[in-house]
Design a protein around this ligand. Structure first.
Ligand SMILES: Cc1cc2nc3c(=O)[nH]c(=O)nc-3n(C[C@H](O)[C@H](O)[C@H](O)COP(=O)(O)OP(=O)(O)OC[C@H]3O[C@@H](n4cnc5c(N)ncnc54)[C@H](O)[C@@H]3O)c2cc1C
Length: 634
């Protein structure tokens, strides 16, 4: 539903292109974008929300298991400090500590606020928000709505947001950010993230997916909330929208990407039938008691307890099962340790990979996930309704009677746009980022449930600071016609060529190269081969030819997505080469150990330098004494 167009005539493109003007534009209508839009609107600003699918269809609706917040409803001992510690440990201490702290402190307020806005969570017997166990969380911490938490979150945010008066632009894809040179009125000093400032944002250029017509947005501040990059891999759990657009838009506009080597492979994706390979099976199945077994029916996770978690993990089935019974009834006993089935995702994914490699996998190349012998059929249907239907409809498997076959699937990127931890601003003045497209909160590995809380906490912070930034500026920035014409030329180039490769075939090749050479286990040799293939693909992508016209042209849309996928894939491969150790989601066969000296102290950052990508190490921000103390407390 486009808003009134600008009537101005000028040399900045608004005379030639449909133009919309707002104080703040938010690109992305998932959990992060909606929460940012609500916050900026609450400041009394004129906000535009742009999404390339329909409102209500963002990837966030797929979220299943829950939102992590130390509410302490099931286990009163839980608090922000324990959540902070779990998050930092899960991230192998590469997280930006301040983001992890803000997240742990603010998540309970954000979840309670969601409830006030109408979200209907599952309840405890005494009527409070129920919380479930998840990997790497010491206590039951995930507020949930069965296994459809994302749907409820989006429904609530949308319903609340729509009444704030924001304008929504659906099926509109942004292909370029527009900038103005210089500091944009900023101080020019490095922000808290240590990034020195570059240009200032002035708006965005995009096209309507239906008509193919171009559209301009002019704004004082822009928030990127475009989600992940899972579509770079053959086997993935992500929606079609997850093509790394925001990361690429930011990179092309002069912002930095960080932690790109850390791609999370969720341990439990469907492995059969092939048409749905990669579709997610929520960690909530293990939270409800599900166990991972190999073809000999042996519970595998007892053989893969990581030294970092050895003290707190049950070494026997008896103790693991006792812990599960106690923790779900709110009667924790500190002498009974957690089940290894709920170790963090990086550890579980590698365990499954190792079992399959050793020839102990299931018939279709995964392992078994058994809930049927652990809970009653009625419990399974009540607590995991989406999983029950997913397997019944897609795999013809009744999970109340049979085990599921599961294997790792590319799921979530810890890496993304580098932001200031306090404000979510990038090094481009007025450009903010939040949610999965931003980096820093999760370090080397994200804990389940910490994404939905990240969207709420940092969506709000990004919206707030984008709003404040806009308020400080009197007029809209002017747009540079040269940049606009370049963006239009770039988008139309595939129509001008007489012959060239098919974009869908190239995307398949890209996914194959990433899966094979930049996948779950990496080596220098494979990564170098991956980079060679990406370079060849980049050259061929520059020669793609598109037939037909611009009206709903899927091949054209795919071509535009390819540019973004190639940028994020290259950043991932280059950062993975540079990090010569194994840590969290980044596993190197040629450097299997975690380096406690050098690589424990750096994040890897990519930045555009002319036509090439510059990748370098930056030191982690120092952790203040009182925060170190929190990390060391038990
Ligand atoms: C199956 C599944 C289950 C999950 N379950 C959980 C869970 O239980 N708990 C948890 O914490 N996390 C979970 N996650 C992860 C979590 O859902 C995501 O990390 C999160 O939803 C990302 O939200 P977001 O707001 O950053 O982006 P998204 O929800 O991905 O939204 C991105 C938005 O950006 C728009 N967009 C993208 N590119 C452009 C462009 N170029 N122009 C205009 N618009 C654009 C899209 O249209 C969309 O509106 C799950 C993920 C999957 C795949």
């Amino acid at each position: 539903m486009p808003s009134a167009q600008s009537q101005s005539t000028s040399s900045d493109g608004s005379a030639r292109y449909e133009t919309h003007e707002h104080d703040v534009i938010i690109i992305g209508a998932g959990g992060a974008g909606l929460r940012a839009a609500i916050e900026a609107s609450a400041l009394g600003l004129d906000v535009g929300l742009i999404c390339k699918s329909l409102l209500g269809k963002a990837h966030t609706v797929m979220a299943e298991g829950g939102v992590a917040a130390a509410l302490g409803n099931v286990e009163p001992k839980d608090n922000w400090k324990v959540h902070f510690r779990d998050t930092m440990k899960g991230g192998r201490y590469l997280n930006q500590w301040r983001m992890a702290q803000l997240h742990a402190m603010e998540a309970p307020d954000r979840v309670n606020e969601l409830e006030e806005w109408g979200a209907l969570f599952d309840r405890t017997a005494d009527g409070r928000i129920l919380q479930r166990n998840f990997g790497g969380h010491k206590y039951p911490r995930l507020a949930h709505v069965g296994d459809r938490t994302g749907l409820e979150m989006i429904r609530t945010l949308q319903q609340h947001g729509i009444h704030t008066g924001m304008k929504v632009y659906m099926e509109c894809t942004v292909t370029r950010l527009l900038t103005t040179p210089g500091s944009g009125g900023g101080s020019g000093a490095p922000g808290a993230s240590g990034q020195e400032e570059g240009d200032a944002v002035a708006g965005a250029f995009g096209y309507w997916r239906e008509s193919g017509r171009f559209v301009l947005f002019r704004a004082k501040a822009v928030v990127l909330a475009t989600g992940g990059i899972g579509r770079a891999f053959q086997i993935n759990s992500n929606s079609w929208e997850c093509t790394g657009d925001g990361q690429a838009l930011a990179y092309l506009a002069g912002a930095e990407l960080m932690d790109m080597e850390f791609m999370q492979f969720h341990p439990t994706g469907m492995v059969w039938p092939p048409s749905v390979r990669g579709t997610l099976i929520t960690e909530g199945v293990r939270g409800e008691g599900g166990t991972l077994r190999n073809k000999d029916q042996k519970r595998i996770m007892f053989d893969y307890i990581h030294p970092l978690y050895a003290n707190e993990t049950a070494p026997t089935e008896e103790e693991a099962d006792r812990w599960l019974a106690l923790s779900t009834s709110g009667k924790m006993d500190k002498n009974v340790r957690r089940t290894p089935d709920l170790l963090p995702r990086d550890i579980v994914a590698r365990a499954i990979h190792a079992e399959v490699k050793a020839g102990r996998g299931s018939p279709h190349g995964g392992v078994f996930l058994d809930i049927a012998t652990r809970r009653t059929a009625a419990d399974i249907k009540r607590k995991l309704p989406a999983m029950y239907h997913q397997f019944k409809e897609l795999g013809d498997v009744d999970i109340t009677k049979e085990p599921m076959e599961v294997g790792p699937t590319a799921h979530y990127t810890m890496g993304g746009i580098r932001v200031d931890p306090e404000t979510q601003q990038t090094r481009v003045r007025g450009l903010f980022a939040a949610g999965e497209c931003a980096a820093g909160m999760h370090g080397a590995n994200r804990l389940g449930g910490n994404s939905l809380s990240d969207l709420l906490v940092f969506g709000r912070i990004a919206g707030l600071h984008a709003g404040r930034h806009a308020k400080e500026r009197s007029g809209l920035p002017s747009l540079d016609l040269g940049q606009i014409e370049d963006a239009a030329r770039e988008a139309l180039a595939p129509f001008e060529r007489s012959s060239g490769p098919n974009p869908f075939a190239l995307h398949e090749e890209l996914k194959d190269a990433m899966q094979t050479y930049v996948g779950i286990i990496r080596t220098e040799e494979d990564l170098s081969e991956g980079l060679r293939r990406l370079e060849a693909l980049r050259e061929r992508a520059g020669t793609i030819r598109i037939d037909g016209n611009r009206h709903y042209n899927a091949g054209w849309h795919e071509t535009i997505d390819m540019r973004n996928l190639l940028i994020v894939s290259e950043a991932m491969a280059r950062a993975a080469v540079l990090r010569k150790e194994s840590r969290g989601a980044h596993a190197r066969d040629d450097f299997p150990d975690t380096d406690k000296e050098h690589f424990a102290k750096v994040n890897i950052v990519s930045r555009k330098h002319g036509d090439t990508m510059e990748v370098r190490e930056v030191p982690l921000p120092p952790i203040p004494g009182e925060i170190k103390q929190v990390l060391e407390e038990e």
